[in-house]
Ligand binder design. Structure first.
Ligand SMILES: CC(C)(COP(=O)(O)OP(=O)(O)OC[C@H]1O[C@@H](n2cnc3c(N)ncnc32)[C@H](O)[C@@H]1OP(=O)(O)O)[C@@H](O)C(=O)NCCC(=O)NCCS
Length: 186
């Protein structure tokens, strides 16, 4: 078994990413349906993705998102730029299997990751960047409690147009974890 139910929700769980899945990540990241929402807008090979996964694991906390019932890998999420003094980190997430969008999985996976960030890593502020045209992601983050804290005006160029990049953040005291019982010492 190459997957581990490390952070467990109802619809999905988060497991450390398996290097053998680099080809799946690569397929998602070369698909503009997904990469239009990500930075950078990828064009990568499986060999490059293997190196990216190995390097990401060194200083970031990244996870594969798996459907609970089938163990199927459907996406990825992680905390990056973790700052131990400021207790801040940048969150990223994508569900690469588009059939799984709008089923509540992004909300649940994000909540598991944030719970881990605040209640295991002892972070205080988790922030993220989202393009203004990504209405689904913005709705997801607002449901969790993120609020807009700034904008990089016209900071994103995609498909021939410039778009604002919205900065959103969430403080530890603003997050009510539905999952904390799963990582409370027994
Ligand atoms: C963003 C993403 C992680 C969200 O995950 P998800 O599982 O699709 O999201 P959820 O089902 O948990 O929630 C989506 C919410 O957005 C709402 N929504 C969907 N399309 C919308 C739109 N065009 N405008 C406004 N709200 C929208 C849904 O109604 C739902 O809210 P509700 O539960 O109140 O009805 C996922 O769609 C994804 O990976 N997208 C591509 C990559 C990406 O955008 N990553 C984020 C980069 S910042």
């Amino acid at each position: 078994m190459k997957y581990y139910k490390q952070l467990i929700g109802q619809k999905c769980y988060l497991s450390p990413p398996a290097i053998e899945d680099a080809g799946i990540y690569c397929a998602w990241l070369n698909d503009f349906n997904i990469s239009q929402y990500l930075e950078p807008t990828y064009s990568i090979t499986p060999e490059e993705e293997i190196e990216i996964l190995k390097n990401l694991r060194k200083e970031n906390k990244i996870f594969g998102i798996h459907e609970m019932q089938t163990d199927k890998l459907i996406g990825s999420c992680g905390l990056h730029e973790i700052h131990p003094v400021n207790q801040t980190a940048m969150m990223g997430i994508f569900i690469g299997e588009t059939d799984y969008w709008n089923k509540g999985i992004g909300t649940e996976a994000s909540s598991l990751l944030i719970d881990y960030g605040f209640n295991v890593l002892n972070l205080h502020n988790i922030y993220l960047y989202v393009y203004e045209y990504n209405k689904r992601a913005i709705a997801t983050y607002k449901k969790i409690g993120f609020r807009e804290s700034g904008r990089r005006r016209q900071g994103r160029f995609f498909a021939g147009k410039r778009h604002d990049i919205i900065i959103m953040d969430l403080l530890s005291e603003e997050f009510t974890s539905p999952y904390i019982k799963l990582i409370t010492p027994k």
